[in-house]
Ligand binder design. Structure first.
Ligand SMILES: [Zn+2]
Ligand SMILES: [Zn+2]
Ligand SMILES: [Zn+2]
Ligand SMILES: [Zn+2]
Ligand SMILES: [Zn+2]
Ligand SMILES: [Zn+2]
Ligand SMILES: [Zn+2]
Length: 1756
C-alpha cells in the first residue's frame, strides 16, 4: 500500500491498522449513526494524532496521503453514498456552473483591467479570461497581483460592457435564477448538510482554539503521549536577522536551518522549532523570549501539545478539502454557505462565519489565508449568500476594524481586506448603505480611532505618540473602504438612499470639521523656529480624502434634492466652524476711490492661519455644482442664498492664498521647510483639486455676490497692501517711499501675487459651472498648457494631470485634438508636441503654473513666435463666457478700484527712477488690460441691436485720473510707455493693446455711427509701427550682407594660404593623423595584387619603416614608438568571458591546476581584452595609478564609500574618458624581418623543426638532474645533435628597453591573473599561454561581431579596437622575451605535437578537441622562442606560412569530421565552377572514411562537402587575416574593406593560400598523409565520433540572448508560475530571468543565497559565475528592469527592451500600460554583451549615479 512507500517510517502496528481500514465501511457506519457528530469526532480523535505531527520533521507528503485515505475518503463516501470518484463526477456533470470565473490570483500573477469598461480599477480579469474577452482590443491596464483577490469575469456589475469572456458566456437556455439545489436529491442534500456542518464546526473550533494543552470535548486522544511542540509565531516587529540569530541560540540549529525556520514563520505565520517533552520545549521558549524582549515586545512562542497541533493541521486540511469539494457543484457550494451563515446558539453574529471573522486577528497567517480562500470560493461566488455575507461583514465591521488596527499583520492577511470584494459591487454597496448604514459606520469608526484632538475639536497630529501614529497609519484603510463604497455613483435614488447618504454626509462633515483649521501656523519673526512642526500626517489625510471629497460632490450632483440638502448641511457646518468668527477681531471701515466697505482687522502675517479648510472647499465645490446643474436658477427658493455672507465665505480661502503669496515674498522664511512643503502640496497636482482650485472657486463665488470694489478692497487689505493703493497720491508716493529695502521687495512681490490672483479670479472659467464649458475643455486646457512648456512623454503628462478615483486622467480622449505624437528612437521616449493651432490658447497666467513653469513656458512661446516671424507679445487668450451665477465677475475688470491700481502701476513704470516697481507687475497689469479689452470686444461682437453693452473699459481708460486732478489717463500712460527705452520687452504687448483699443473704438463707432477723433491716432500709431518695423528689417539685412562679405574674404585668404604652404600643410596633417590614431603606418603605394600578409612573399613597406609618433594623454608630450624607447601603453580592460561559449554546463576550471595550452572548441571560457584606445607613457600611467591608489585609501578610511572601480584589484578609470580599465598594454613597433629568397618547403621545414625539437628535448633532459632511472635517455641525446646553425647555448639579446620589458610583464601578469582568477605570479609558465589565448579570443570575438553587425572585415572597426588588436598581436609575439626561454619552447613543442606527433610528448589532444584558431595564434606567437636560437637563415615568415598551412589542413579535416550533416535529400547540381574543389574534397572525405570506417556518414556529394568546408572554415580564415594583418602591418586589400562577393578569393590571396584549400593537402600529400592517419587513430577520435551531439560543428554560430516574448504579460505569467527551487514550492518574490541562458532565478531572497568564495551571495550573482564568468544580464520580471552584474560588487539597472504604445518603458511596472518587445532595443543590449561592454556600461552608470555604488549587488 502506498503508505508503506512513503519517506517516513510508519510504526508497523499503525501500518497494519491502516491496511485494514475501509473508508466505505466507516461511511456506512456513519450512515447508521444516531449521533453522527459524536461518531465523526471519535474517528478524528483516534486518527488525526496518528497521522499528523509525529515528530520534529514534518513530512507533508505522507501526511497528506494518509489524511486522504483515513480522513477524507470516509467523508467523501458518506457525502456521495457511493465510490467518491463516481459520485463527484456525477455531481460535476449535472452542475450548471455559474458565470463567474472566480480564479483566485497567485502572488505575481498578471491581472488585466479595462480602462474603458471596468466599473472601477479593482475589477480585473485573469490572463485566460482576458485573452478571450473584448477588452483585449481596448485600452487595458496590466498589473501583477499581490495575491488574493479573484477574477471578475462574468460579474455584470463589474463591467460596463463585455462582462463575459468566451468561456464564461452564459447559455441562452440557461435560467440563472434557478436554485442550484433543485438538481440534488433530498437525501444527498441532507447528507451534505450533515457532514459540512460537522466538519466546518470542527475546523472553526480548532482554528480558534486557544488552549495549548487541551482539546475540545469529544476530541481527546485515546492515548495521550508526552510530546510537545515549541511553536514560534510571526510578527512584523522582528527582522529576519533577529529571528535567525535567536533561533540559532535557542534550539541549537545551524544557520541554514534557522533561515529555513524563519522563512516558514514569515510565510505561514508559525512554525514548530522544537519537538520533545514539555520541559525541553519550555526551555527553548524561555531562551527565545529572553533574547527578543530587550528592545521590543518578545516574539510570540507557545508550547503546545502535539495532539492540539495535529488537529489544527487537519483543520486547515479540512477547510481546503471543503474548498475542493464545492468546486464540483454549485449546489454543494450553496449548502456550505448556508451552513456557514446559519445562526449559532448564541444568536446574532454567532454563525461559524462570524466566529471565524471575529477571531481573525488571533489566528496565524497560514490559517487566515486558508479560510479567506474558502470564503472567496464559497460565499463570494454564490449570488444569494454573497449578499448575506456582506450584511454580516457590515454588521461586524466596526469590531473587525478595531481588531485589525490592534493587530500588527499587513492588511493582506486580514479579513478586513475582503471589503474590496464586497463594497465595490455597486448593488451591494448601496444595499449596505441603506440597510446597514455603512457609510456612517465607516466614517464613525474612523473618527473613533482618532480621538486625540485640540480644544476646538480639531485633529492634532503633532502630539501623537508612536502608537497613535501606528494606529493612524492603519485606520487609513478605512478611507479606502469608503472609497470603494462611493466609487460608483448611483443612477437612481430612493428616499432611503437619500436619507442614509445624507446621514453619511453628516458624519463626513463631522470629519471635515475636525480638519478645518488644523495645523495652524503663525509667522515667526526674529528667530527661526526651533523644531520643524509635523505636517505630513495632516496632508496624508487630506490626500487620502481628496478623491472621497470629489466623489461626495459627484453623488450630490446626481440628485437635485440631495444637492440642495447637502449644500444646506455644508453651509451649516461652515457657519458652525466660523462661529466666533469676528470675536476679538475689530471691525474697520475701508475707503478708496469713492467706495467704502466694512471688514475686520486681520493680518495673515501676525495671526494664526491654517492651510486646511475642507469644509469651505466642499461648499465651494457644491456652489459650482448648483450653477452647473442649474439648480440655483430653478429652485432658488429652496436655497439659503440669502443667508450667505460673501465676506465670510471668502475670508479663510483668501487668508490661505495670501499666506502663499507671503511665503513667495519671503516673509515666512523663519518658519522652515514644514511650511514650504505644505505650500508645495497645496498647489501640487495630487491635492490642488480639493485645495487650491476650490479656494479660487470660493473667491469667485464670493466676489460674484459682492460689489467688485468692495471685493478688491478686502483683497488689498488681506494682502496688507491697502495703505499703498488707498492713499490719495499713491501714484507719486510709492516710489519715493524710502522704506526698508526688504519691505519694498516684499511689497513688490505681494503686488505681483495679488494682480495674479485678480487675473485668476476673472480669468479661470474652465471649470464647468463657472464658465460655459464641458469637462473635456478643462482637460484640453491643462494639456495645452503643459505642452506649452515643452513636448512631453505620455507618462510626464499623466503625472502633471489630476487623476480621478479610477486613476484616470481622461487624457487619451482629448490628447489627439491638441497634440501630435512623435515616436522614439533606440533611446529616449515618444513625445507629444502641441498642435501649432493650439498655441493661441496659451495663457501666461495659467493658474496651475508654478513660477518656474511660467518662465519656461514664456520663453518657449516667445521663441516659437519669433520662429514663426510674429511679434513676441503674449496677449491673454479669448475666454469662454461665465455661467450666469458668476457673470458679474467681469465687472472687476472695469471697477474703479482696479482702474486705480492699474493707473498707479503704470505711472510707476513711466517714472522708474524710484525703482520700486517691477516688470512682472507691469506685465500683469498689461495682461489685465488685455483681458478687459477682449471682454469688451466679445461683448460688442455678441451684442444685438437692442442690447446695450454695459462693459465700457475703453471709455474708462481714456478718462484722466480723478484724484489728484490732471493725472494722465491709463491710455495716455500706455502711449507714453510705448516709447520708453527701458521697456523693450513689453513693447509688443503695449502695441497689441493700443491696436485693440483702436479696433474696439472702430466697432463702437460702427454701432454708434459717430466718428471719433481717436481714430486717426490709431492710424498714426499704425504707421509709426510699420516704419519701426521696416527700419529694423533694413538693419538686419545690412548686418547679414556684412557678415557674408567677411566670410567670403576669410575663405579666400585661407585658400591662398593653403596653396602657398601646400607641403607644410600636408605634413602637419599627416602628423596629426599619426598622433591621434597611431594607425595607418603605411599606406600601400599601389593597390597591386601583392597584398599578402603572411609568408616569405608578404608585402613590405617600401623605403623603410615610417616613424610612429603618439601623444601621451597625461603629459601631452609626443613620443616615438621604438623598441629601445620609453614605453607607451594603452589603457586596457581584461575580463573573463563566456560570450562565445557553446557549453555553459562545463564546470569552471580549477584555477590552480588548469592547463590552458589548448582551447577546447566549445570556447567555454575565454579571456577578452578591450581598450578605450587612450595612450600614455608608462611612467605617466604609473604615477597616475599610484595617485589614484593613495586617494582611494584616504577616501575609504574617511568616508567608507565605495567606488565604481576596485583599486585593490588594479582597476582604475582611464584618465581621459573614465572608461573602466584594469591594466595597460604596451605599444610595440613592428619587428623587423629580413627575407632571404631561398626558403625550405613544408617537408624540409618540418624535418628541420623536428630536429630542433629533438635537440631541445635532449638539452632539457640534460639540464635536469639525472635522477631519472632510465639509462637509454642519455643515448637519445647523442642521437640528436642540433641541426646546422641551431645554437642551443645562444641567448638572444632582448631588443626592448627596460620600461617596455616592465610593461610586457605587467600586461602578461594581468592577463594571467584575471583569466585564471589566481594571484599574480609572473614566473608561472602559464603567463604567455594566457596572453596568446587572450589575443586569439579577442580576435575571434571581434570577427563574430563584424559578421553579426554585417560589417566588412577591415576598415569598419573603431580606431580603439584596431589599436587594441595591433597591440595585442605584437605583444603576443614579444611576450616570450620576458619569459623563460625553455618554458616557451616547451609550449611550442607541445602545441606542435597536437598536429605533428612527437613521441616525447604525452597526452597530445585529439584534433577534434582543439580550437584551431587558438592553436594557430599560439604556434605563431611561441615560435620566435625556437627561432631565436637559429642562425641558419630560416625565416620567421616562412615558418608562419608553414604553420598556417598545417593548421588549415587540420581544421579542414576537423570540419569534415564534425560538420557534415546527413545529406539533404536534394542532390544539388554543381555549376561546374568549382568542380575541381568538389572532386578533391570528395577524395579527401573518402580517405578519411577509409581511416575511420563506420565513424562517418556514407557518401556525400562533393558539392555538399565543399559548401560545408567553405562555410565552416571561413571564420578561421577571417580571424587569421585579422591576426596577420595586425601582426605584420600589411594593409588590407580593398575587397576585404567592403561587403560583397569575392571575399573568399581575397582572403585566400591575402593569406597566401590557394583558393582550392584542398591543394594544401594534395601538394604535400607525402608529408600530410601520415599525419592524417595519426589524427584519425587518436584514441579519443572514435569515442568522439560516436557521440556526435557533443561535437562542436563549424561554423560556430554566434550566441544570442534568449528569445523574449512579444507581449510582456507572457513573461509575467511565466514568472508567476515559477517557484523558488530551494524553499519547497514557494513563490519567488523577485523572479529574475537570465537573458544569456534563459534560467529563471529566485533573486534577492534569503532562501536562494549560496556561498561563493566564502561570501553569501544571491542567486543572480551565483549564477553569473557559472553562466557568464562573473558577468550577467538579467531581466527582473516584476520590475520590468534589466540588471547588469559584474563580479560581486558591480551592477546597474538598464532600461528594459519593452515599451508601451507611447514609446516608454515602465520600470517598476507602475503605470500598467501594455508593454511590447522593442527589437532594436533588445539588439542594442545584445550588442553590448557581444562587445564585452557590460562591465564598462556598469562603470559609466555608477560614475554617473553614485547611489548605485552603495547597493549590495551581490545579494541580488
Ligand atoms: Zn478568469
Ligand atoms: Zn472568463
Ligand atoms: Zn473594455
Ligand atoms: Zn606622458
Ligand atoms: Zn580612455
Ligand atoms: Zn544564465
Ligand atoms: Zn528562493
Amino acid at each position: 500500500m502506498a503508505a508503506a512507500e512513503t519517506d517516513r517510517e510508519v510504526p508497523s502496528a499503525l501500518c497494519s491498522e491502516f491496511l485494514n481500514f475501509s473508508a466505505k465501511d466507516t461511511a456506512a457506519k456513519w450512515l447508521q449513526a444516531i449521533d453522527l457528530p459524536k461518531e465523526v469526532y471519535q474517528h478524528l480523535a483516534r486518527y488525526v494524532p496518528k497521522i499528523y505531527c509525529l515528530g520534529p520533521n514534518l513530512n507533508p507528503q505522507s501526511e497528506d496521503l494518509l489524511a486522504q485515505l483515513l480522513l477524507q475518503a470516509p467523508l467523501e463516501w458518506y457525502l456521495c453514498g457511493e465510490e467518491p470518484s463516481l459520485g463527484l463526477a456525477k455531481l460535476e456533470q449535472s452542475n450548471q456552473p455559474s458565470q463567474l470565473c472566480g480564479h483566485v490570483f497567485k502572488v505575481g500573477e498578471p491581472t488585466y483591467s479595462c480602462r474603458e469598461c471596468a466599473a472601477d480599477p479593482t475589477c480585473v480579469l485573469c490572463m485566460q479570461c482576458f485573452l478571450g474577452s473584448v477588452h483585449k482590443e481596448h485600452r487595458y491596464r496590466m498589473t501583477t497581483s499581490g495575491g488574493g483577490g479573484f477574477c471578475d469575469c462574468g460579474d455584470t456589475e463589474a463591467w460596463k460592457k463585455g462582462p463575459y469572456c468566451q468561456k464564461h458566456e452564459p447559455n441562452i437556455s440557461d435560467s440563472s435564477q434557478e436554485d442550484p439545489l433543485a438538481n440534488l436529491s433530498a437525501d444527498m442534500i441532507a447528507r451534505t448538510y450533515n457532514i459540512f456542518s460537522i466538519i466546518l464546526k470542527y475546523a472553526v473550533d480548532m482554528l480558534t482554539w486557544d488552549k495549548e494543552d487541551e482539546l475540545p470535548q469529544g476530541l481527546e486522544p485515546p492515548e495521550r503521549g508526552d510530546t510537545y511542540y515549541c511553536m514560534l509565531f510571526n510578527d512584523e516587529v522582528h527582522t529576519y536577522e533577529q529571528v535567525i540569530y535567536t533561533l540559532q541560540k535557542a534550539v541549537n540549529c545551524t544557520q541554514k536551518e534557522a533561515v529555513s525556520f524563519a522563512t516558514t514563520v514569515d510565510r505561514d505565520g508559525r512554525k514548530s522549532v522544537r519537538y520533545g517533552d514539555f520541559q525541553f520545549c519550555e526551555q527553548a521558549k524561555s531562551v527565545i523570549v529572553r533574547n527578543t524582549s530587550r528592545q521590543t515586545k518578545p516574539l510570540r512562542v507557545q508550547v503546545m501539545h502535539s495532539s492540539v497541533v495535529a488537529h489544527q493541521c487537519f483543520a486547515l486540511k479540512a477547510l481546503t478539502w471543503l474548498g475542493q469539494i464545492i468546486r464540483y457543484s454549485d449546489a454543494l457550494r450553496r449548502i456550505l454557505c448556508q451552513v456557514g451563515l446559519q445562526k449559532g446558539p448564541e444568536g446574532e453574529n454567532s454563525s461559524l462565519v462570524d466566529t471565524l471573522m471575529l477571531c481573525d486577528s488571533k489566528m496565524w497567517k497560514g490559517a487566515r489565508n486558508v479560510y479567506h480562500q474558502l470564503f472567496m470560493s464559497s460565499l463570494l461566488m454564490d449570488l444569494k449568500y454573497k449578499k448575506q455575507f456582506a450584511i454580516q461583514f457590515a454588521k461586524n465591521y466596526e469590531r473587525l476594524q478595531s481588531d485589525y488596527v490592534k493587530d500588527d499583520h499587513d492588511r493582506e492577511f486580514s479579513v478586513t481586506d475582503l471589503s474590496v470584494q464586497i463594497f465595490t459591487v455597486p448593488s451591494l454597496a448601496r444595499m449596505l448603505i441603506t440597510e446597514e448604514n455603512l457609510m456612517t459606520t465607516i466614517i464613525r469608526t474612523f473618527l473613533d480611532h482618532l480621538r486625540h484632538r485640540d480644544l476646538q475639536g480639531r485633529f492634532q497630529f503633532e502630539r501623537y505618540t508612536a502608537q497613535q501614529a501606528f494606529k493612524f497609519r492603519r485606520v487609513q484603510s478605512l478611507i479606502g473602504d469608503l472609497k470603494y463604497v462611493l466609487i460608483s455613483c448611483p443612477t437612481e435614488w430612493t428616499d432611503k438612499l437619500r436619507e442614509k447618504f445624507l446621514e453619511g454626509l453628516d458624519a463626513f462633515l463631522e470629519l471635515l470639521k475636525c480638519m478645518q483649521g488644523m495645523d495652524p501656523v503663525v509667522r515667526q519673526v526674529g528667530q527661526h523656529i526651533e523644531m520643524e512642526p509635523e505636517w505630513e500626517a495632516a496632508f496624508t489625510l487630506q490626500m487620502k480624502l481628496t478623491h472621497i471629497i470629489s466623489m461626495m460632490q459627484e453623488w450630490c450632483a446626481s440628485d437635485e434634492r440631495v444637492l440642495i440638502e447637502a449644500y444646506k448641511k455644508c453651509l451649516t457646518a461652515l457657519t458652525h466652524c466660523h462661529s466666533g468668527f469676528t470675536d476679538g477681531e475689530q471691525p474697520i471701515t475701508l475707503s478708496m476711490c469713492g467706495h467704502s466697505v466694512d471688514t475686520i482687522r486681520y493680518c495673515v502675517s501676525q495671526e494664526k492661519v491654517s492651510i486646511h479648510l475642507p469644509v469651505s472647499r466642499l461648499l465651494a465645490g457644491l456652489h459650482v455644482l448648483l450653477s452647473k446643474s442649474e439648480v440655483a436658477y430653478r429652485f432658488p427658493e429652496q436655497l439659503p442664498l440669502s443667508e450667505l455672507s460673501p465676506p465670510m465665505l471668502i475670508e479663510h480661502p483668501l487668508r490661505c492664498l495670501v499666506l502663499c503669496a507671503q511665503v513667495h515674498a519671503g516673509m515666512w522664511r523663519r518658519n522652515g521647510f514644514s511650511l514650504v512643503n505644505q505650500i508645495y502640496y497645496y498647489h501640487n497636482v495630487k491635492c490642488r483639486v480639493e485645495m487650491f482650485d476650490k479656494d479660487l472657486m470660493m473667491l469667485q463665488a464670493g466676489a460674484s455676490m459682492m460689489d467688485p470694489n468692495h471685493f478688491l478692497m478686502i483683497v488689498l487689505s488681506r494682502f496688507e497692501l491697502f495703505h499703498i493703493f488707498s492713499s490719495a497720491d499713491c501714484r507719486k508716493r510709492y516710489n519715493r517711499e524710502s522704506a526698508n529695502k526688504d519691505v519694498v521687495q516684499q511689497n513688490s512681490t505681494l503686488i505681483e501675487e495679488m494682480l495674479h490672483l485678480i487675473i485668476m479670479v476673472v480669468g479661470e472659467r474652465f471649470a464647468p459651472g463657472i464658465g460655459q464649458v464641458e469637462n473635456c475643455d478643462e482637460l484640453k486646457r491643462e494639456i495645452v498648457h503643459q505642452l506649452c512648456i515643452r513636448p512631453m512623454a505620455h507618462s510626464e503628462l499623466v503625472k502633471a494631470l489630476p487623476e480621478n478615483e479610477n486613476k484616470e486622467t481622461g487624457m487619451e480622449r482629448v490628447i489627439d485634438s491638441v497634440a501630435l505624437f512623435k515616436k522614439p528612437g533606440v533611446t529616449g521616449r515618444g513625445l507629444y508636441e502641441l498642435r501649432p493651432e493650439c498655441a493661441k490658447q496659451f495663457n501666461l497666467y495659467f493658474h496651475h503654473y508654478s513660477r518656474a513653469d511660467q518662465s519656461k513656458a514664456e520663453e518657449a512661446q516667445r521663441k516659437l513666435k519669433r520662429q514663426n516671424g510674429e511679434d513676441s507679445a503674449l496677449p491673454p487668450p479669448v475666454l469662454p463666457p461665465f455661467c450666469q451665477l458668476f457673470a458679474s465677475l467681469v465687472n472687476i475688470l472695469q471697477c474703479d478700484v482696479l482702474l486705480g491700481m492699474l493707473g498707479a502701476v503704470l505711472q510707476w513704470a513711466v517714472e522708474p527712477s524710484g525703482g520700486h516697481w517691477s516688470e512682472s507687475m507691469l506685465q500683469r497689469v498689461l495682461h489685465l488690460i488685455g483681458m478687459a479689452l477682449l471682454e469688451e470686444q466679445q461683448q460688442l461682437e455678441s451684442s444685438s441691436e437692442d442690447n446695450e453693452v454695459t462693459f465700457n473699459f475703453t471709455l474708462k481708460i481714456s478718462r484722466p485720473g480723478e484724484a489728484p486732478s490732471n493725472t494722465p489717463s491709463i491710455l495716455a500712460l500706455l502711449e507714453t510707455l510705448q516709447n520708453a527705452p527701458h521697456l523693450e520687452v513689453h513693447k509688443d504687448m503695449i502695441r497689441w493693446i493700443l491696436k485693440m483699443v483702436g479696433s474696439i473704438k472702430t466697432m463702437r463707432e460702427r454701432t454708434a455711427a459717430a466718428p471719433s477723433p481717436e481714430g486717426s491716432g490709431h492710424c498714426q500709431e499704425q504707421t509709426v509701427r510699420d516704419k519701426d518695423k521696416a527700419e529694423r528689417k533694413r538693419k538686419a539685412e545690412m548686418a547679414r550682407l556684412r557678415r557674408e562679405k567677411i566670410m567670403a574674404q576669410m575663405s579666400e585668404m585661407q585658400r591662398h594660404f593653403i596653396n602657398e604652404n601646400k607641403e607644410l600643410f600636408q605634413q602637419s596633417l599627416e602628423e596629426l593623423d599619426a598622433s591621434t590614431s597611431s594607425s595607418q603606418e603605411h599606406s600601400p603605394s599601389s593597390w597591386d595584387s601583392a597584398l599578402v600578409c603572411v609568408g616569405p612573399r608578404r608585402w613590405r613597406a617600401g623605403g623603410g619603416e615610417r616613424r610612429q609618433l603618439v601623444t601621451c594623454i597625461l603629459c601631452q608630450e609626443e613620443q616615438e614608438i621604438r623598441p629601445d624607447g620609453r614605453a607607451m601603453v594603452l589603457a586596457a580592460f581584461v575580463q573573463r568571458s563566456t560570450v562565445m561559449s557553446k557549453n555553459r554546463k562545463r564546470p569552471p576550471h580549477n584555477p590552480e591546476s588548469y592547463d590552458p595550452l589548448f582551447m577546447h572548441p566549445d570556447l567555454s571560457f575565454g579571456t577578452h581584452t578591450g581598450s578605450c584606445g587612450h595612450i600614455m607613457h608608462s611612467h605617466c600611467w604609473q604615477r597616475y595609478f599610484e595617485a589614484v591608489q593613495a586617494k582611494e585609501q584616504r577616501r575609504q578610511q574617511r568616508l567608507r564609500v565605495h567606488t565604481s572601480y576596485d583599486v585593490e584589484n588594479g582597476e582604475f578609470l582611464c584618465p581621459l574618458c573614465e572608461c573602466l580599465s584594469n591594466t595597460v598594454i604596451p605599444l610595440l613597433p613592428l619587428t623587423k624581418t629580413s627575407c632571404s629568397s631561398e626558403q625550405p618547403g613544408l617537408s624540409l621545414w618540418l624535418n628541420t623543426t623536428s630536429q630542433q625539437i629533438k635537440a631541445l628535448h635532449s638539452a632539457q633532459r640534460k639540464a635536469k638532474p639525472t635522477n631519472a632511472a632510465v639509462t637509454s635517455e642519455t643515448q637519445t641525446v647523442e642521437d640528436y645533435p642540433p641541426p646546422e646553425g641551431f645554437r642551443l647555448d645562444h641567448t638572444p639579446v632582448n631588443p626592448y628597453s627596460s620600461s617596455i620589458k616592465e610593461m610586457l610583464t605587467t600586461f602578461g601578469t594581468a592577463t594571467y591573473k584575471v583569466g585564471l582568477k589566481v594571484h599574480p605570479n609572473e614566473q608561472d609558465p602559464r603567463v604567455p599561454i594566457m596572453c596568446w589565448g587572450s589575443c586569439a579570443y579577442t580576435i575571434q570575438s571581434i570577427e563574430r561581431l563584424l559578421v553579426d553587425e554585417e560589417k566588412p572585415l577591415f576598415g569598419s572597426l573603431p580606431c580603439r579596437q584596431d589599436d587594441c588588436l595591433r597591440s595585442l598581436a605584437r605583444f603576443g609575439s614579444a611576450c616570450w622575451s620576458v619569459s623563460s626561454l625553455s618554458t616557451v619552447q616547451s609550449h611550442f613543442i607541445r602545441l606542435l605535437s597536437a598536429l605533428v606527433p612527437d613521441p616525447q610528448v604525452e597526452n597530445s589532444p585529439c584534433i577534434v578537441d582543439v580550437d584551431m584558431f587558438h592553436l594557430l595564434v599560439s604556434l605563431v606567437l611561441s615560435y620566435p622562442a625556437v627561432h631565436c636560437q637559429d642562425s641558419s637563415g630560416l625565416s620567421v615568415d616562412a615558418a608562419q606560412l608553414h604553420l598556417l598551412h598545417l593548421v588549415t589542413v587540420a581544421h579542414l579535416v576537423q570540419i569534415l569530421l564534425t560538420s557534415v550533416p546527413v545529406e539533404l535529400t536534394m542532390e544539388q547540381e554543381s555549376g561546374g565552377v568549382e568542380r575541381e574543389e568538389e572532386e578533391s574534397v570528395g577524395l579527401l572525405y573518402n580517405t578519411l572514411k577509409t581511416h575511420l570506417g563506420s565513424g562517418l556518414h556514407e557518401m556525400s556529394s562533393g558539392w555538399h562537402l565543399w559548401r560545408c568546408v567553405k562555410t565552416g572554415i571561413l571564420p578561421f580564415l577571417r580571424g587569421a587575416a585579422l591576426f596577420f594583418h595586425h601582426l605584420s602591418g600589411v594593409p588590407a586589400p580593398p575587397e576585404l574593406q567592403a561587403l560583397g562577393a569575392g571575399e573568399w578569393e581575397a582572403l585566400c590571396t591575402y593569406l597566401c593560400l590557394p583558393p582550392n584549400l584542398l591543394q594544401l593537402y594534395y601538394i604535400h600529400k607525402e608529408v600530410l598523409e601520415p599525419l592524417l592517419q595519426g589524427w584519425c587513430s587518436h584514441p579519443v577520435m572514435r569515442q568522439c565520433l560516436q557521440a556526435p551531439k557533443t561535437l562542436i560543428s563549424y561554423p560556430r554560430e554566434s550566441n544570442r540572448l534568449i528569445e523574449l516574448p512579444e507581449d510582456y504579460s507572457a513573461l509575467i505569467n511565466q514568472a508567476s508560475s515559477f517557484t523558488c527551487p530551494k524553499s519547497g514550492g514557494d513563490k519567488s518574490r523577485a523572479p529574475t530571468l537570465c537573458l544569456v541562458c534563459g534560467t529563471m532565478l529566485c533573486s534577492q531572497s534569503y532562501c536562494c543565497q549560496t556561498e561563493l568564495e566564502g561570501e553569501d551571495v544571491g542567486a543572480c550573482t551565483a549564477h553569473t559565475f557559472a553562466c557568464g564568468a562573473g558577468v550577467g544580464i538579467f531581466l527582473r520580471v516584476r520590475e520590468s528592469q534589466v540588471l547588469f552584474l559584474a563580479g560581486k560588487t558591480k551592477g546597474c539597472f538598464y532600461a528594459p527592451p519593452y515599451l508601451d504604445d507611447y514609446g516608454e518603458t515602465d520600470q517598476g511596472l507602475r503605470r500598467g500600460n501594455p508593454l511590447h518587445l522593442c527589437r532594436e532595443r533588445y539588439r542594442k543590449i545584445q550588442k553590448l554583451w557581444r562587445q564585452h561592454s557590460i562591465t564598462e556600461e556598469i562603470g559609466h552608470a555608477q560614475e554617473a549615479n553614485q547611489t548605485l555604488v552603495g547597493i549590495d549587488w551581490q545579494h541580488l
